[in-house]
Design a protein around this ligand. Structure first.
Ligand code: TMP
Length: 203
């Protein structure tokens, strides 16, 4: 039986968050213990770093160090202990977001990110990554209808085009882990694709 670590990714406005709770219920109905968490965040320290990341101006290296500092705390305090208990962990964003936003969006050095990833994660990777993919122009329209924009959400379309390319590169490098979800579909069709893909993989 599969157990483990599922992450949700995509540009801001792709609609991933509304499916995380649905997936938690679906997995619980199949008898699993499920933990919902998010990045940056998931611990008291990491949530404080999240506030800084979303609102405080900083350069791309500082941003990268802070997301990995938050991730380190989150892995040690929450994710690794939960996985060790056999709990399925659903995490709203993880390291693919760093490669997409800091690497793609900000143009930060991918080799440095690879080094940080290896120090912080010690080989830990998600078992499955659901990548909610849609064109940046559509995501921008969806975001405009939502809450006040943070430092990332207020970036322009060219930034999100680079973020999307960052996700595409990570997906191409790990095709067995990534499931690309067509987030242009209506919500019910998106959910059907998620459930079907996980069922096909034995979840
Ligand atoms: P959220 O709004 O989906 O919770 O994500 C918060 C923002 O943080 C989102 O705009 C993407 C950004 N982010 C990064 O830039 N790098 C990362 O490693 C993570 C996890 C998130």
């Amino acid at each position: 039986m599969n157990h483990g670590f599922i992450t949700f990714e995509g540009i801001d406005g792709a609609g991933k968050s509304s499916h995380i709770e649905a997936l938690a219920q679906w997995l619980r109905a199949r008898g699993r213990e499920v933990l919902l968490t998010r990045e940056p965040g998931g611990t008291a320290l990491a949530e404080r770093l999240r506030e800084l990341l979303l609102h405080q101006p900083m350069d791309a290296l500082t941003e990268s160090l802070l997301v990995f500092a938050a991730r380190r705390d989150h892995l040690r305090q929450v994710i690794e202990p939960a996985l060790a208990r056999g709990t399925t962990v659903l995490c709203d964003r993880f390291t693919d977001a760093t490669f997409a936003y800091q690497g793609g969006g900000r143009g930060f050095d991918g080799q440095v990110l690879v080094q940080l990833e290896s120090w912080v994660q010690q080989g830990r990777q998600p078992d499955v990554t659901l990548w909610f993919d849609l064109p940046p122009a559509v995501a921008a329209q969806r975001r405009a209808a939502a809450r006040a924009a943070d430092r990332f959400e207020s970036e322009d379309e060219t930034f999100f085009t680079r973020v999307r390319e960052g996700y595409a590169a990570r997906a191409a490098a790990a095709p067995g882990r990534f499931i690309r979800i067509d987030a242009l579909q209506p919500r019910e069709a998106v959910w059907a694709q998620i459930a079907q893909s996980l069922e096909e993989r034995g979840w």
